[in-house]
Design a protein around this ligand. Structure first.
Ligand SMILES: Cc1cc2nc3c(=O)[nH]c(=O)nc-3n(C[C@H](O)[C@H](O)[C@H](O)COP(=O)(O)OP(=O)(O)OC[C@H]3O[C@@H](n4cnc5c(N)ncnc54)[C@H](O)[C@@H]3O)c2cc1C
Ligand code: SF4
Length: 525
């Protein structure tokens, strides 16, 4: 491929803007130096850094451009508006609910702001087991420094934790388990508790209010309601993206089509999204869609005598990694989860009067989650993404027995932690619901059928694995370039070869900024 000359050397640089695809003419063709598909953690950072370096960038995003005025702190309004499949995305067997964002800003618009760098042992493992040879923690560190400054990532003081998080901290401390407050990407957070429905005061430093406006200010165009159906590949490179415009209902296509041409393409549609675009583009096979990991989650609820109000305050501000490394067994980590009425009603077992009684106790409920760290044992191969006849993605994830067993230990620990913090009773599961009155009841978990309990995940990782062996990966580690398509890079959570053992957003930001800096260097050379 010939050298890519940034458009800033030319007289007609297009003005930056947020553009609703519905305002474009049917059959319109757009052109840019670089097209970035997806505007979440990976896409926004890479788009901003490339535009900053002088390349003309277009970002294509399937979701709408919603801003703080649209964030109504209402589950019934904001879940359908901001989540994939209205918040009801699930694995093929419906055994696991998968939360993923779908909006300008991607999942960062709805995430709970917990910010961790990738643990060093994860890259060490990837180097040994997955031939990730050209990215290290030392390479990433300056990029994390820069991202943390831009996103205002700061540690939460204990005094600012809500009671839902504080009982996790206090219970773990009483048991002598490692626990700490987390860091969050927020500025002047008013502790509303509504991160999962979009921040109504722009305190959350998501991509919507940081890297995307930065990119637009420098000339990037962010086109919302524009779903990439496929990339058209000829002669070993992508020539254009063919897109459908999403209609006024926010989900179905309006019938309008848009084509976007560029010299370079960056796929950043996230886990599930990126592999499904490759498959629809005839670039499936091999490792595409495979090794999709989820940090499968089980949660417990605990009743306290005094109010907890799990719907108010920063949703996640405490985490324990006491059991992140358990030898050959899958690691675990523990966090809090916010409980708003709709989510609580869905997650609460039982029907009629029983359900009502439990719901009446919501102000006194603490909700905590155990997340299993999947993908580190050779037998944990993760899920596989395919596409349905309609073209929509489908994830098949069979939760390995060893992950279920690990989660059994995890929920047992969460029960212990809650009793140590003064809980009156701890509940778990649905079929049937367990209700423990004290530590003496912990053995109830031992013979409980974990296989029947619904799981959930908000951390989709993998599906377009990076690595330096083309047989066992989709993109090379140096610059996340597709092994065979010379002008296609994949820069999002889908490139991770395993899960991370920490909440993923900051791992993706740092990686995206590092890769963008390498792309700028090589494209300008
Ligand atoms: C409820 C929730 C809470 C979370 N809490 C935390 C947390 O506290 N801390 C943390 O670190 N992580 C958290 N996460 C996870 C974190 O936000 C994600 O891991 C991260 O944003 C993933 O980045 P990404 O770039 O891979 O994908 P995303 O941020 O999901 O962005 C992908 C984008 O691509 C778009 N897209 C998909 N297909 C197409 C297509 N065909 N055409 C055009 N656009 C397309 C999607 O609409 C989406 O906007 C949370 C996630 C959720 C859902
Ligand atoms: S808790 Fe803070 S960051 Fe989250 S929605 Fe409320 S004000 Fe925004």
């Amino acid at each position: 491929m010939s050298e890519l000359v940034p458009l800033h050397n030319e007289p007609k640089k297009p003005a930056g803007a947020f553009v609703d695809a519905a305002t474009l003419a049917d059959g319109a063709t757009l052109e840019a130096d670089v097209v970035v598909i997806g505007s979440g953690a990976g896409g926004a950072v890479v788009a901003c850094e490339l535009q900053r370096a002088g390349f003309d960038v277009i970002v294509l995003e399937e979701g709408g451009h919603h801003t703080r005025a649209d964030f109504k702190m209402r589950e019934d309004i904001n879940y359908p508006m901001l989540y994939q499949e209205s918040g009801a995305r699930a694995t093929k067997d419906l055994g696991m609910t998968i939360l993923q964002g779908r909006a300008v800003g991607g999942s960062t618009v709805v995430n709970w702001t917990t910010s961790f760098r990738t643990p060093p042992r994860v890259y060490e493992h990837w180097k040994k087991a997955h031939a990730v040879g050209e990215i290290s923690i030392a390479d990433l560190s300056p990029h994390w420094d820069a991202v943390e400054e831009r996103l205002h990532v700061e540690k939460v003081p204990y005094e600012q934790t809500n009671r839902n998080n504080r009982v996790l901290f206090d219970g773990a401390t009483a048991l002598g388990l490692q626990v700490d407050t987390t860091r969050r990407n927020v500025k002047r957070c008013m502790q509303s508790g509504y991160c999962g429905m979009g921040c109504p005061v722009d305190a959350k430093q998501s991509m919507l209010v940081t890297y995307l406006p930065d990119a637009v200010e420098r000339g990037a165009r962010v086109v919302s309601r524009c779903r990439v159906d496929k990339l058209v590949v000829a002669g070993g490179s992508v020539g254009k993206a063919e897109c459908s415009v999403i209609g006024d209902d926010g989900y179905n296509t309006s019938g309008k089509r848009v084509t976007v041409r560029a010299r370079r393409f960056v796929l950043a549609a996230g886990g599930i999204g990126s592999p499904s675009i490759l498959i629809r583009s005839g670039l499936g096979g091999g490792m595409v869609g495979r090794r999709t990991f989820l940090h499968p989650v089980h949660g417990v609820f605990a009743h306290y005598k005094d109010p907890i109000e799990p719907y108010y305050g920063a949703p996640q501000s405490v985490a324990s990694h006491a059991h992140a490394e358990r030898g050959d067994d899958p690691g675990l980590f523990y966090e809090a989860a916010p409980m708003h009425p709709m989510l609580a009603a869905v997650a609460t077992a039982g029907f009629g009067a029983v359900h009502r009684q439990l719901m009446e106790k919501l102000p006194y409920v603490a909700a905590h989650i155990a997340l299993a760290i999947d993908g580190f044992h050779p037998s944990e191969e993760g899920g596989t993404v395919t596409v349905r006849p309609s073209g929509a993605p489908l994830l098949d994830y069979q939760t390995p027995l060893r992950i279920r067993q690990a989660l059994r230990e995890g929920v047992k620990w969460l029960a212990k932690i809650n009793f140590a913090a003064g809980a009156e009773e701890v509940g778990f599961g649905e079929f049937p619901m367990l209700m423990l009155r004290s530590d003496r009841d912990l053995s109830l978990f031992d013979h409980y059928d974990m296989g029947k309990q619904p799981l959930f995940s908000a951390h989709v990782m993998g599906g377009c694995k990076m690595g330096d062996d083309p047989k066992s990966s989709v993109v090379r580690s140096k610059d996340l370039r597709h092994h065979t398509v010379e002008n296609l890079h994949i820069v999002d959570g889908s490139v991770f070869p395993t899960s991370l053992g920490v909440n993923p957003q900051e791992s993706i930001y740092g990686l995206a900024r590092l890769v963008a800096s390498r792309l700028v260097q090589s494209w300008k050379a």
